[in-house]
Design a binder for this molecule. Structure first.
Ligand code: FAD
Length: 462
């Protein structure tokens, strides 16, 4: 018997739910489908496409060494998957469950197309530790507040939940196969991207994990300081599944300390947002809280452009926004601060910021990104209260005290001392040769005034 394993955001061969289940059902042929609906609108050199591509090449090479192959296809999965299943004589197709509304609709179409030939699409849990129905309130309702969710999640966690789902990498476990290899980055209409390429594959993820393990014990104390590089930077690896969530959970459990506990808590946030998106798909496009659905956003387009480009005149904001443009990653503290700034200082709809992040983040994930934006905008279910507004200068003084992070990304401020680098317009003395307005922008808005406007805007809602 033959089973097809359809890879999506689980681009690895180790600890792999869909592969493990497929192997239980027969000899496996693995496949990946580039879906034009997902590729359209991306830049030609999108780093995520390169990350996916090189991860696939790695898998393909390893499967070819076993006499099998990775079928890399391009087209509507509702056509491609049933065709390949028929060609391979597969009786079932296995894939990891995906919680995004568009993915759910796609999977329903693929399941329907397969069913016309009497084949089943078997969706299995892989992306999260606990699935959408596994951590519920006493009334069997989904949690909408994180703290009780996390408590229930931790109480439920048994070693088996983080156990490895072993894949047998042997020739007789896979279907002898050879694809023509006609799909390439170029035929897809994309060019390579060194950032995506560097993050591709299981080995790159394993390296990041090993580097992080060496500092995990300090995570709770250092995680909020972007200059310290104290977080794992495994978000893209998790997003594309070059490492499994179970492997990371096991790592957290193996280190018994405040650092590992705090890190595990972040993995719980990740599960929390996935189940939230599944139970409340409407939040993907509108405010979770009905009261804030019709906020009139008076912000200006020119301010949105300045925010995107890292030209707001607030050094911490600009450093973070420039890091995003250059690397596709941003530290969690800064994601919160720049999101708050866009919404509550510039009074711009959080969905425009969400879309900018979606375009640039290598780790872009609808559930986490939407959850983060709705948290910062106070529109989410368990969000920052609307009257709490980050002060971008105080945040800068607190979390980048000597300005090292700012200087890394805004070289124009390199000569400013640790006092003036957070708010050059307030500095008593600036270095000779430095002119505010020429070497670095004057602030585009006044935080104190905008704070009052935001309070009035939110306060008016029912
Ligand atoms: P670590 O601190 O090492 O955390 C480990 C892992 O836990 C992360 O890799 C991530 O998978 C998960 N995680 C951590 N914090 C969160 C969180 N708050 N919510 C959900 N999962 C979390 N994360 C994304 O993966 N994709 C996004 O598109 C995304 N957009 C965000 C937008 C905003 C406005 C905010 C405030 C947060 C967003 N996050 C997003 C969450 C978080 O900022 C990143 O996961 C984190 O910065 C990634 O860095 P790391 O891997 O070093 O994290």
């Amino acid at each position: 018997r033959t089973a097809l394993c359809w890879l999506r955001r689980d681009l690895r061969l180790a600890d792999h739910a869909a592969l493990a289940h497929a192997q239980g059902a027969g000899r496996v042929l693995a496949a990946f489908v580039f879906d034009p609906a997902q590729l359209s609108g991306l830049a030609r050199d999108d780093a995520r496409v390169a990350l996916i591509w090189h991860s696939l090449l790695d898998i393909r090479q390893r499967l070819r060494a076993l006499g099998s192959d990775l079928a890399i296809l391009h087209g509507d999965p509702a056509d491609e998957i049933p065709l390949l299943a028929a060609r391979a004589g597969a009786h079932a197709v296995f894939a990891a469950r995906d919680y995004e509304p568009a993915a759910r609709a796609r999977d329903a179409r693929v399941a329907a197309a397969l069913a016309t030939d009497g084949r089943a699409l078997e969706l299995v849990k892989d992306q999260v530790v606990f699935d959408t129905g596994e951590v519920l309130t006493r009334e069997s309702k989904p949690y909408t507040v994180f703290t009780p969710y996390a408590r229930a999640w931790r109480a439920k966690l048994a070693p088996a939940d983080a156990g490895s789902l072993a894949v047998r990498l042997a020739a007789d476990a896979f279907l002898p196969w050879r694809e023509d290899g006609a799909v390439t980055l170029a035929t897809l209409g994309f060019t390579d991207n060194p950032i995506g390429r560097a993050e591709a594959g299981e080995a790159a993820a394993a390296q990041r994990l090993a580097a992080f393990e060496a500092k995990i014990d300090d995570y709770h104390a250092a995680r909020d300081y972007p200059a310290r590089d104290a977080t794992s930077q495994l978000s893209a690896a998790l997003r594309f599944g070059t490492v499994s969530i179970r492997t990371l959970t096991r790592t957290a459990l193996a280190h018994d300390g405040a650092g590992a506990q705090a890190w595990l808590n972040e993995l719980v946030w990740r599960d929390f947002y996935q189940q939230l998106l599944w139970h409340f798909p409407h939040a993907a496009t509108e405010s979770f809280k009905p009261a804030f659905r019709d906020l009139p956003w008076p912000g200006e387009d020119s301010h949105f452009d300045a925010w995107r480009a890292g030209q707001t005149g607030y050094p911490l904001i600009d450093a973070a926004m420039r890091e995003l443009l250059q690397t596709g990653w941003m530290h969690n503290r800064l994601r919160m601060v720049v999101a708050s700034f866009l919404v509550k200082d510039l009074l711009i709809d959080w969905r425009r910021g969400e879309a900018h992040f979606a375009h640039h983040l290598l780790d872009y994930d609808l559930a986490a990104n939407n959850g983060g934006w709705q948290w910062a905008a106070s529109t989410g279910c368990d969000a920052q209260p609307w009257f709490r507004i980050f002060n971008p200068v105080t945040q800068s003084q607190k979390f980048d005290p000597d300005g090292a992070y700012i200087r890394r990304w805004v070289p124009g401020l390199a000569a400013l001392d640790a006092r003036s680098v957070h708010a050059p317009w307030q500095a008593k003395a600036l270095p000779a040769g430095f002119a505010l307005g020429r070497d670095y922008p004057v602030p585009i808005v006044d935080h104190a005034a905008q704070r009052e406007r935001a309070l009035a805007l939110y306060g008016k809602q029912p």
